[in-house]
Design a protein around this ligand. Sequence first.
Ligand code: NAD
Length: 435
Amino acid sequence: MATDLRVPTHSIVGPDKDTFLDEANPFEAMMLRFDKAAELLDLEPGLYRVLRHPEKQIIVSIPVMKDNGEVEVFTGYRVLYNTSRGPAKGGIRFDMQVTLEEVTALAAWMTWKCAVVNIPFGGAKGGVACDPRSMSASELERMTRRYTAAIIQTLGPDSDVPAPDVNTNERVMAWIMDTYSMHVGHTTTAVVTGKPVEMGGSLGRREATGRGCMIVTKEALAHLGMPVEGTTVAIQGFGNVGSVAALLLHQEGCKVVAIGDRSRCIHNSKGIDIEDAIAWHARHRTLDGYPNGEIISGSDLLTLDVDVLLPAALENVITTRNAASIRARIICEGANGPTTAAADSILDEADVFVIPDILANAGGVTVSYFEWVQDRGGYFWTERLVNDRLRDIMVNSFNDVLTLARQHRVNMRTAAYMLAISRVATVHRLRGIYA
Ligand code: NAD
């Protein structure tokens, strides 16, 4: 079994502060980076206070009639962190770990992510604390519809547009779209993204996050004067993001030497045949038993001597415990929050070029934006057009962040936060404070 590398919840002394910080706490991780960027931007105190607060936090009770006739009540959340630049955008997750604090951090993250790639959305996130694996399909459907009804005031193509996240998918999006449409009295496809293509989803959405990772990895290689051909890559996570990024990088000429999922990590110094690994995974739904490579541990995968490390599974896998052992020249953060704030400075000292999550995995929300545009226009694009426009946005965003990083002599993460915060702050200044 691959080791679960997430740091246990414990307190450490923060890198820049003498207060005790929880290295694994997503809200604190986000706020540390926000504070650093805000200070460099010399953000005025009033605006700083505004941007540190979520706009709206909704907590709802969701009574659900179970198949056995019993009633269970779940707690659901929807947080709109900031909508100054446009409708709130962010996924909905069904998971036992969902808390208001986590959802708020993720909603803030979405705000900065949408701003980094300059799409006209604010940031949101939602979730229901539940164990979807223990529920039947009809229980899940009833819970989804009741949750949608409970937060319906916030939802809408002009106000708040959910998407899939942990343990939610196209099917769940279809239920949300249907419930919303029944309430407003007409079919409204643009109320959610990540829908099935047959009902207003976008071509290329499924591959968009992994494709975005491939694009920015190539940009980073070019920036560092490294060739694409033969570049060695290790990828943690073989789901939507990891497997697509692996395939596309492989097709571009990179040598993917390690892949891993929650069951097994594989290393093959000659390069893994990714088409073959994907076909195996599609048949077995796991990498467990995949024969073409030696088995390594999850922690060894992260510290392999490769050019590019692409964490695409979990948050908090690169921490103060292992950051100094990372040997990759580039880290492309496919996952959200794979690196703790405390590990940032260790990677900086080792001159690791980190493409931060809010840039690296923004391909998904970018194509969600394309989906929303197509739904609203009622005119659908070819996959080639989707991919071309995605490439333009990812390349431009990478270069915007790189330019800022050079100007201010900061790393790519701080530059990405600076870019995002300055874009949101500019709109706040233009709009003023309504009284
Ligand atoms: P997924 O559920 O499709 O895949 C997750 C993968 O991680 C699976 O292969 C799973 O086996 C693996 N994994 C789980 N625990 C592991 C462990 N301990 N060690 C090694 N591998 C492990 O999820 P996804 O959609 O690919 O998302 C992955 C990450 O990317 C998440 O952090 C998610 O928030 C982020 N992300 C996803 C998208 C998207 O469009 N799917 C967009 C932005 C960010």
